[in-house]
Design a protein around this ligand. Structure first.
Ligand SMILES: *[C@@H]1O[C@H](CO)[C@@H](O)[C@H](O)[C@H]1NC(C)=O
Ligand SMILES: *[C@@H]1O[C@H](CO)[C@@H](O)[C@H](O)[C@H]1NC(C)=O
Ligand SMILES: *[C@@H]1O[C@H](CO)[C@@H](O)[C@H](O)[C@H]1NC(C)=O
Length: 399
């Protein structure tokens, strides 16, 4: 069991590093007009920074939202979401490029996913709003009167294309979906998350790791244990218990991962990943069937055992192929750094190579036994025919 726990820990550790590794020093930036802000944070995605000075006496904050590397045909926006989180309800400061190269600043209260960032006033007062383009950076300035004396808010920021002089819908890549978080103007603390219910990016990553490790790695390993350890007499009945332990652990962790997926699905109102979701639900059904199949399996010498074995193995292979498919689908949705997809691909290729070698080795052992049995007559244990599942059941004392 230790190697599995180690693998899990390794994955969790690596993931938490990549969640938190995006911090960078933003305090060395020089603004035009020698504007000075006391605090700044580098936002986790979209090359964006938020600089501000908070005035507790009158509950105002002077902010500068800065995004680097913005083309002259892109808008930028930064918003507080006072009562909710994410895009709907966002009280936005927008920077929209003009045909003459300057950037106009205005406010827009976002009321739905179909917004075209029309000009409207916000639910709190904003003054001193302006925007500028400096060396490919766009900076939007404003002074906000923080509502209700609060200092901590959900924030959201975004970039999108300009079509016919107006803001067009932003793309839905991972950077565009993960540009949500929290900010506390008094303490200078920023969270990477979507506010309500904790960090969205963190939850997505947790979902990914739980499912990749359980459905995507442990389950195939558990199946390999059943197929390849079984052939060794000395591994009886250990293979059976290792197989069960692997699959039950994988199922337990997998259910946790599955539940986080359902929650993510119900929270992401504007975006649907139908295939990923449907495969996930199918996997849950098949996985649960496998657990019940375990409880309902006939005795090894029962005449129906052969059908049970065929059923168990075919559902098992279906689960494994769907699991691997869905981990890749999930990786495409989550779109983390390339190394994560490479890492998972590497693990799957390694397992496939190991399986191929063991498969060859198993056939070698089985054929050799057959030869020996022929020489010695039929008295030997005939249970190891061609690494069968179900053709011969005599050997499966434990199963
Ligand atoms: C960021 O840069 C400023 C000025 O160079 C320096 O004083 C500060 O310690 C740096 N902060 C970090 C976290 O490196
Ligand atoms: C709020 O207070 C700061 C400093 O205390 C001051 O510079 C600023 O002008 C005030 N803003 C308003 C809108 O009164
Ligand atoms: C650019 O055009 C806008 C109107 O579209 C105008 O308000 C602004 O002053 C112009 N800026 C420059 C630098 O010409």
């Amino acid at each position: 069991m230790e190697p599995k726990i180690l693998t899990t820990l390794l994955f969790l550790t690596l993931t938490s590093t990549f969640i938190t590794s995006s911090a960078q020093n933003c305090s060395t930036y020089s603004f035009t007009n020698n504007a000075i802000f006391t605090t700044c944070i580098t936002l986790p995605v979209q090359n964006s920074h938020l600089h501000w000075t908070y005035h507790p006496a009158n509950s105002t904050v002077d902010i500068a939202f800065r995004r680097t590397g913005v083309s002259t045909s892109e808008w930028v926006a930064w918003a507080l979401n006072v009562d909710g989180s994410g895009m709907v309800g966002a009280q936005a400061l927008v920077g929209l490029p003009d045909s003459n190269g300057s950037v106009q600043a205005y406010t827009s209260a976002v009321t739905g996913y179909g917004t075209s960032l029309d000009r409207s006033s916000l639910s709190f007062d904003v003054s001193e709003i302006r925007a500028e383009r400096v060396n490919g950076d766009v900076v939007v300035y404003g002074t906000l009167v923080l509502p209700g004396g609060r200092t901590s808010f959900n924030q959201v920021w975004q970039t999108g294309p300009v079509t016919n002089g107006a803001p067009g819908a932003h793309p839905l890549g991972s950077e565009n979906r993960n540009s949500v978080g929290t900010v506390d103007f008094a303490t200078g603390e920023a969270g990477a998350g979507g506010g309500v219910g904790g960090s969205l990016l963190h939850r997505r990553n947790t979902h990914g790791v739980l499912n990749a490790v359980s459905w995507g790695i442990l389950m195939p390993m558990g199946a390999m244990v059943a197929r390849y350890l079984k052939v060794f007499k000395v591994a009886h009945p250990a293979w059976f218990y290792i197989h069960i332990a692997c699959q039950v652990t994988a199922y337990g962790v997998g259910i946790a991962g599955w539940a986080t997926g359902l929650k993510l699905g119900s929270d992401s109102v504007g975006i649907k990943y139908t295939t990923h979701r449907n495969i996930g639900i199918t996997l849950f059904v098949f996985g649960t069937l496998q657990v019940f199949a375990l409880l309902l399996r006939p005795k090894p010498d029962h005449k129906y055992r052969i059908y049970w074995n065929a059923y168990h193995i075919s559902i098992g292979y279906a689960v494994i192929s769907l699991s691997i498919t869905n981990v890749f689908k999930g990786l495409d949705i989550l779109d983390p750094e390339k190394k994560w997809k490479h890492a998972y691909t590497g693990v799957i290729i390694s397992l496939a190579v190991i399986a191929a070698i063991l498969e060859a080795f198993t056939w070698f052992i089985v054929l050799k036994r057959k030869t020996v049995e022929k020489d010695q007559g039929p008295a030997g244990d005939d249970a190891y025919g061609a690494n069968d599942y179900g053709q011969h059941n005599g050997h499966s004392q434990a199963a």
